[in-house]
Write a new protein. Sequence first.
Length: 136
Amino acid sequence: MRLKMKSKKSEALKDFLLIDGYNVLALLLKKDKRLKKLSFELQRDELVEKTYNRFVNTVDEIRIVFDGKSKDEFRAFKELVVVFHPDADAYIERFCFSNAQNRIKLVTSDNGIINSVQGKFSSLIRPELFLSMLNK
């Protein structure tokens, strides 16, 4: 008698662009004097919009994480999630650990996050490089 083996269909890996929002925004404000004139909310919106427009076709999901008073996730588009979390660093760390089987491009210069999730992301993009990519 021949047994049929059920093969586990492996799920396709997902490509994530995971961004430490305020880490990138702080550098962006140093480089773009025009943004300093805008409200804090509009500054965030500008970063989100530029990021979406530039990277929407390069990854499966863009996830931008900001510190916030409550735990909120907004799926603005199929490929874009904006997260507000009381501890954005902890959120980023948990996301990396729970999605380590996928390809995560992590954008941050926060050494605490980088050291904590070492080996759980596929590539690290420093904010300086990210902003140069954003403006191409």
